[in-house]
Ligand binder design. Sequence first.
Ligand code: HEC
Ligand code: HEC
Length: 285
Amino acid sequence: MNKRQARYFAIGSTLVATLIFLGLTVDSHRQFPKLTNAQNITPAVTLGKNVWHKNNCINCHTIFGEGAYYAPDLTKIAQQRGAPYLRAFLKDPSKFYDEQRHRRLMPQQDLSDADIDGLIAFLDWVSRVDNQGWPPRPITVTGVGTAAGVAILPQAALAGPSTSVAGSRATDSGKDPVALGERVFRSAAPACTACHSIVAGVDMAGPSLAGIATRTQQTLASPAYKGKATDLEAFIRESVTHPSAHLVTGAMYSADGVSFMPNTYEKDLSAEQLGHLAAYLATFK
Ligand code: HEC
Ligand code: HEC
């Protein structure tokens, strides 16, 4: 190649690269309204976004991988925790964590009820944006964790098919109800693993389910139990489909008689899936 050809080659390839870049940019912008569900940006979502900026939540948290890595990523938090939990948490985060055990706390944000409703609407909208798998791995934050030092993992971290859960008795056989139950436990939406560990003493947004089979016998025998179940299987079905029928006490797991556990499983899980869950949880003696 002589000098002149080299120059044409450089100019030509720069032009081609520029055209590809512009084309992809235009294409991305064309897709934004659909990927972001632009039609769902209600006034509450906009208000929540303004509260988010005014309070500099991004100085500690990330959404879509953007922000500071001091506190948990909140991209999917609305789906992992649900509105009753978020409302109570944003009112007073200190009720949920203590500085001794968790090493760092979220400062009280002094939010009005309207601000909180807006933030929940905003975080809900964020959680439904099609982010095409970005960030690829869940962002975990060191130092924020549970009593046993296990990070509060977003569901994806625990839900992969190859992840082996400590204490699991699952096999690869496609018909074993325990194995199927473990799969539901990790893949329901939201995943049970977003809030429950199966390790004793590791309480996340919900209590650890280690020993749930034995604990249920005590629950059912106790006069404080107000639900309708008489055996373990019925208790687990009831816990999943009607979380507020019986409330676990001793930590911030409910407010005003409403459990922070989502009440959407009754419509989202089949009777068969509930049976598999019961079979799986019955193995935690
Ligand atoms: C100074 C840092 C800081 C700021 C500012 C902050 N947070 Fe947090 N936030 C934290 C920390 C740290 C946690 C982890 C829980 C803990 O230990 O308190 C947390 C936890 C949360 C959680 C619960 C996460 C879970 O897994 O259950 C939500 C929701 C949340 N923050 C929302 C917000 C919103 C909304 C704002 C802005 C209005 C905000 N935060 C501002 C530090 C902060
Ligand atoms: C958003 C967090 C969250 C998710 C997701 C969640 N739970 Fe819960 N769960 C809780 C909380 C909080 C409690 C305690 C309050 C109550 O009694 O409802 C609880 C209680 C329970 C209990 C009763 C525990 C006991 O000691 O009596 C069972 C069983 C249970 N959950 C199973 C499940 C299963 C199975 C799934 C998935 C299908 C699931 N949970 C998903 C938060 C959650």
